[in-house]
Design a protein around this ligand. Structure first.
Ligand code: BT5
Length: 306
């Protein structure tokens, strides 16, 4: 969208304006204003004309223009209806030097989970990858993954959906997975070059289109505004990334793993015990018969109490 068109949209979001007012304000002809309004309508914005001028009465449910409008966080939003994987797309942008970009899609044909698992991504989801370049060493990156999970839980709370986090990054509602996070990065020993935080939220999707043990917002509360959920999530994450020292406490408050009997499968072994804490930057401490183990990565299963 051109800069003028974006500014006209913002002006209409702030209140009604007549064609001549917009023409004056942006120093363009009335015909040009009309063209911009028609283009915005083609993009899915409902703009009604009346005695007080043009009024924006509805936004599209999703898309780059819709999510950008009213977003406080300084992210550039890029949108494609269908992609293979938003993380793969964000990697291409990272190679081009981009930063603070969010790649959004309605559908992914090759969505990925951790360890190359597949991630079901039918149309109606929020499939998003945040490309950021935090000034930290690679060892600190897991804290941003925890921050993303916190931001998702807080965005869902606005819909009265009470979600919790299972270490390290599963967002669950009543034990079923509603959202997941896949973090990728590149960097040198003392500084990351880029971090991609891939976020999948099952939004307006019937559970029949999802794997077992998955749930969706549609199943929990009915169809939602993906625009609002995405904006709330991005704004919350932006606040958290500016205060990374607050993330761990926020994560602990929203986690279900602490205090539970767990089985954690890492690349090398399986550890069974009680999850007693999570330490910076996201290390799980599990008390076992042979002492406390520190686990930096793995798949965690909550067990019934012994
Ligand atoms: C994750 O992996 O939970 C990370 C998911 C990240 C997806 C986003 S979408 C945007 C971006 N682009 C991508 O290509 N990926 C990211 P993991 O913890 O490994 O969980 C994967 C497992 O969750 C699978 O093996 C299934 O059992 C299950 N699963 C697959 N699709 C699911 C879905 N839509 N909802 C819930 N569970 C799912």
């Amino acid at each position: 969208m051109t800069r003028t068109r974006r500014r006209i949209l913002q002006a209409l979001a702030d209140g009604s304006h007549t064609g001549p007012e917009l023409a004056d304000q942006f120093d363009i002809s009335r015909a040009a204003v009309w063209n911009h309004i028609e283009d915005l309508r083609d993009r899915g914005f409902t703009i009604e004309g009346g005695p007080t001028g043009y009024t924006l009465t509805a936004c599209p449910d999703f898309g780059g223009d819709a999510v950008s409008l009213g977003l406080a966080a300084p992210f550039t939003i890029q949108y494609q209806p269908t992609v293979t994987s938003t993380n793969a797309w964000a990697r291409d942008l990272a190679a081009d030097g981009a930063s603070d970009v969010v790649c959004l899609a309605d559908e992914q044909t090759g969505g990925r989970g951790r360890l190359d698992r597949s991630w079901a991504s039918p149309s109606g989801g929020i499939w998003a990858s945040l490309l950021i370049r935090p000034p930290v060493p690679p060892t600190d990156v897991p804290i941003y993954t925890l921050g993303v999970a916190v931001a998702i839980v807080d965005a869902l709370a606005e819909l009265d959906v009470a979600a919790t986090i299972k270490w390290p990054n599963d967002v669950l509602v009543e034990g079923q997975k509603l959202a997941g996070v896949l973090t990728e990065m590149e960097g040198e020993a003392d500084r990351v070059s880029w971090v991609i935080l891939g976020v999948g939220i099952n939004a307006n999707i019937p559970v029949t289109a999802l794997p077992e043990n998955a749930t969706s917002l549609q199943a929990l509360v009915g169809s939602v505004s993906r625009r609002r959920v995405t904006q709330q999530f991005l704004d919350r994450f932006d606040t958290l990334r500016s205060q990374p020292e607050t993330i761990l406490a926020a994560w602990r408050d929203r986690a279900t793993t602490l205090g539970q009997r767990v089985r954690v499968v890492t690349q090398r072994e399986t550890i069974v015990g009680t999850a007693v804490d999570v330490e910076h930057p996201g290390t799980l401490l599990v008390e076992t018969d042979t002492g406390v183990r520190e686990i930096t990565a793995g798949d965690c299963e909550h067990l019934r109490p012994a």
